[in-house]
Design a protein around this ligand. Structure first.
Ligand code: THU
Length: 137
């Protein structure tokens, strides 16, 4: 298993931003805190946490919070996403988040856990044969 120290400096910074965002997780129902952060093409970082709701299905995952945070500030050119939680293996984005990651063409994802394990994957690996704009032509 790769460790966070093997990542580049900017990749490590992104994971740290995700871990910081995780501290703001609003997860009174699952008690499962998740943090995420995205890096834009100009090197800016936007982060987010999971935000749950008493009506459970309205919950927003950390990855989508981070992406929507960047996009809503006018930055939809995202090159990298990091996600972190206290999981035995590096945290994998859920299916809904994979679809949103694909929508914004985010090529690379760093999955991480709080023990310092990381796995770097592509969106093509996470969501092969994704539904996209080509399908609606
Ligand atoms: N969660 C995320 O934030 N990201 C994921 O990719 C998986 C799940 C959140 C949603 C919910 O608040 C909690 O983790 C338990 O599913």
């Amino acid at each position: 298993m790769a460790k966070i120290t093997e990542l580049s400096e900017s990749e490590q910074r992104l994971v740290e931003a995700a871990a910081h965002a995780r501290s703001f997780s609003y997860s009174p129902y699952s008690h499962f805190a998740v943090g995420a952060a995205v890096m834009t093409s100009d090197g800016e970082i936007y982060s987010g946490c999971n935000i749950e709701n008493q009506a459970y299905s309205v919950t927003n995952c950390a990855e989508r919070t981070a992406i929507f945070n960047a996009v809503s500030e006018g930055h939809d050119d995202i090159t990298l996403l990091a996600v972190i939680a206290d999981t035995p293996a590096p945290t994998a984005p859920c299916g809904a988040c994979r679809q949103v990651i694909a929508e914004f063409g985010i090529p690379n994802i760093i999955m991480a856990n709080t023990m310092g394990d990381v796995k770097v994957v592509t969106i093509d690996e996470l969501l092969p044969a994704a539904f996209g704009a080509e399908d609606m032509k």
